[in-house]
Design a protein around this ligand. Structure first.
Ligand code: F6R
Length: 605
């Protein structure tokens, strides 16, 4: 979704902003624009299309200036056109905005703006209200405007008569800021800051920040100076480049052994899972009567695997709730419900809102987040960071498997805290978990074989993915991956449900991907596979390498997975499914990293 950048200092702001907007492209967008505040006043360049189109537009005039704001827009209010692209200007005010102003119609009416606005956006209305309140004091204008706004916003603002200064304020939608060698920078996203510095801070809500070549100042809404809490990014710039791969998605799939190791190893002490660094007391794991996982998309699929693990190994009830549906089902969460919020970005608005609701109900909470200091991390009682590094491809891969790694650790620590496992059982589990990176490497080394197998579904219109239990959970994620990057319609189906209707859709033109990794489910899963084969379906099977297939002539396309304990088979199987989706997209010639209409960070409901 929308990306924000602002730079002020001694260098050419235009180049800095255009480069940063390219780094923010992965968030998903349909238009881009910049505004420069320089000797020639405020100049705006914006257009619907890609950042490279904006670059071409700027190249024609080559405007100069050392202070500016830039934006990639993901349309919500108003169609995709040049006028609706940001920055927006009204009077002496120029701004960019992420979020949604819910009361923009009332504000339009109240301040008589009908017919005076150049765009259809809610954002331009904010510029008009700021202009109304601006009497030479930016802080007071911002304060008075913010008090009128309902909704979510991250605003970066230029005032014509405040040269070299960028002002910012936010509610819910994130802004991070940092001092550079010769000025200051702000962004919606740490990725745009990493090329300049590793020290940054997350702007607190309802605070006003002023960036200038001299540094950064922050005030609360009553005008008192506020202290900045600095954080450190723990990834380097090379993590944000493709590193020789054609797409980030491939690079990120390949990085999994390393990032899983980096997620697990620091949390195993004396051979035992350990969350003392995170300050998580055992009591929170031992006392809860049930668990409610809230998350969206891929993160929710990680939660489903967590549910299988925890219910099987700990014996307590786990609900996994789509965060976007959470509020509509009269959620039952209380002091005895441990809420686990899972999110790569840490900014998914539905997950954030659901988490806040659960906390109001008194639920203890742990979040599993990738981006340090993100809103969900700050809104939860405890946070466990996945050390996946920046995930740039829209389709989540390494974030998913590192989320799983954390869920494996939580399960083991919970078993310990409840005294459920013997020393030996715990040691065996930790040993198996520690094998995951090596086992994944084994799968990754067979990338070409997976590429060949992906070819068997390349031209399909529809694909079914079938399995039971944990295999079904893995396939929900595998199917989402295929849909989002290849645009092939794919459905993950619990194989036992097929006979209740959907089997009617299975024909010789519908490839079926089947995963069989759980001993206790194997015979049932294989008979379900026979049923679809009898209807002419070609089956691509993922099965453990030590399994003997009685009628193996039926299976032309089989991927043999390295053997792990059943509970861990999710890891090698997931890598294969990620690569299948990747290769289908690649061979279709699609933009693998930026699937159409999708945004990496979903900050609107
Ligand atoms: C799919 C994907 C999305 C995200 C979902 C939640 O590949 O990436 O389904 O998993 O939008 O995002 P986070 O994890 O940032 O909360």
């Amino acid at each position: 979704m929308c990306g924000i950048i602002g730079y002020t200092g001694k260098n050419d702001a235009k180049e800095i902003m255009l480069d940063a907007l390219e780094l923010l492209e992965y968030r998903g967008y349909d238009s881009a624009g910049i505004a420069l505040l320089g000797e020639e006043g405020t100049r705006i360049y914006k257009r619907a299309g890609r950042v490279k189109d904006l670059r071409d537009l700027c190249a024609k005039e080559d405007p100069k200036g050392c202070c500016g704001i830039g934006h990639t827009r993901w349309a919500t209010h108003g169609g995709v056109c040049d006028e609706n692209a940001h920055p927006h200007r009204f009077g002496r005010i120029t701004l960019i905005h992420n979020g949604i102003i819910e009361n923009y119609r009332e504000l339009t009416e109240k301040y008589g703006l009908e017919g005076k606005l150049a765009s259809e956006t809610d954002s331009e209305v904010v510029a008009a209200v700021l202009e109304r309140f601006y009497d030479g004091d930016p802080y007071s204008a911002i304060r008075r405007t913010v008090l009128k706004l309902k909704g979510t916003f991250a605003l970066a603002i230029l005032f014509d008569d405040q040269p070299g200064k960028i002002f910012a304020v936010r509610n819910v939608s994130p802004i991070v800021a940092a001092a550079t060698k010769d000025g200051a920078i702000l962004s919606s996203d740490v990725a745009a800051i990493v090329p300049f510095t590793t020290d940054y801070f997350v702007m607190p809500e309802f605070h006003v920040v002023c960036l200038s070549a001299d540094g950064i100042e922050m005030f609360d809404l009553s005008g008192d100076k506020a202290q900045i809490d600095w954080l450190k990014v723990d990834w380097d710039v090379s993590r944000s480049s493709k590193g020789g791969y054609p797409f980030f998605m491939e690079k990120e799939i390949m990085e999994q052994p390393q990032v899983i190791e980096e997620t697990i190893l620091p949390r195993i002490k004396d051979g035992k899972p350990d969350f003392s660094e995170e300050g998580i007391p055992d009591q929170i794991l031992s006392d809860c009567k049930r668990i409610c996982v809230i998350a969206c998309g891929t993160a929710m699929h990680a939660g489903l695997v967590g549910k299988s693990l925890i219910q099987a190994m700990i014996g307590i009830h786990v609900d996994v709730v789509m965060a976007s549906e959470f509020m509509y089902n009269d959620p039952i969460v209380d002091k005895e419900t441990l809420v686990i919020a899972i999110s790569q970005s840490g900014e998914t608005i539905d997950t954030l809102e659901a988490l806040k609701f659960a906390r109001k109900c008194g639920s203890p909470s742990i979040s599993i987040v990738n981006v340090k200091g993100a809103s969900i991390a700050r809104a939860s009682e405890y946070v466990i960071y996945t050390n996946a590094g920046p995930e740039i491809a829209v389709a989540s891969t390494k974030a998913y498997t590192t989320q799983l790694a954390v869920l494996y650790l939580i399960t083991a620590r919970m078993a310990m805290a409840r005294g459920l496992w013997s020393e030996q059982e715990l040691a065996d589990y930790v040993k198996e978990l520690s094998r995951v990176p090596r086992v994944m490497e084994e799968v990754l080394s067979q990338k070409e074989e997976i590429h060949r197998l992906a070819g068997t579904i390349l031209n399909a219109k529809d694909v079914f993915m079938i399995g039971r239990g944990l295999d079904y959970s893995i396939l929900l994620e595998g199917s989402l991956k295929l849909k989002e990057v290849s645009y092939i319609h794919s459905e993950a189906y619990a194989s036992g449900e097929l006979k209740h209707g959907t089997i009617a859709l299975i024909t010789e033109d519908t490839p079926v991907v089947a995963v069989v990794t759980q001993d206790k489910l194997k015979s049932k899963e294989l008979s379900n596979i026979r049923e679809v084969q009898s209807r002419g379906a070609r089956v691509l099977l993922l099965i453990k390498e030590n399994e003997v297939l009685e009628d193996d002539e039926r299976f032309a396309n089989v991927f043999r997975l390295p053997v792990m304990a059943d509970a861990f088979m999710v890891m090698p199987a997931s890598v294969v499914l990620q690569f299948i989706a990747y290769f289908v997209s690649l061979d279709k010639g699609l933009d693998v990293d930026k699937p159409r209409n999708l945004a990496k960070v979903v900050t609107v409901e």
